[in-house]
Design a binder for this molecule. Sequence first.
Ligand code: AMP
Length: 205
Amino acid sequence: MKIIIMGAPGAGKGTHARDISEKYDIPHISTGDILREEVHKGTELGKTAKTYMDSGRLLPDDIIIEIINKRIREDDCKKGYLFDGFPRTIAQAEMLDKVTDLEAVIYLRCSDDIIIKRLTGRRMTTDGKIYNIYFDPPPEDVEVYQRDDDNEETIKERLKVFYDTFGPLMDFYKKKGVFSELKGDDRREIVIKIIFQMLDAIAGA
Ligand code: AMP
């Protein structure tokens, strides 16, 4: 199964992607996670990525395209994959279109006030589990950190970048007949149930 999960920062992509990846046994490929890992390791790519990520801007397409081209050639991608945070531009979508046939593009539509609360309250563990100090606080004995770009100024820029680039991507995937929109404001259990129903129908088709 080859799927994209799309949505503004904080729409719940990462959370749902983990559940989808587990149920359908496909790798969850998050360009943001790959870049954060490079930043953490202090590589040249990580150093470049950090300057963009800290200000909420997108990295140049050629860097992202190279990362994805390499990643989808790995063995675990033979069964398919789930992209989260990619593609973010038409150039990236066109590159992907040349190398794969997508079965579904799921867009999680969310209201801005929920997004701001989710992002400012978001806390993560080093192995990628996501909590929220308002809705789903981490247990006291669990060590969590806050992403550098989850601060109000960067969040505003990230949302602006998302809404500036999302329209053309939506049109691109609507034309291909693979685009579906879901209400991402709802509780996690409700959203994931709808996603599973949709993907089960695709998997069984
Ligand atoms: P995310 O974790 O998806 O919110 O991504 C965090 C940051 O990584 C973004 O604000 C961008 O700076 C960068 N980034 C992640 N994915 C992409 C992409 N597909 N194209 C360009 N920049 C990206």
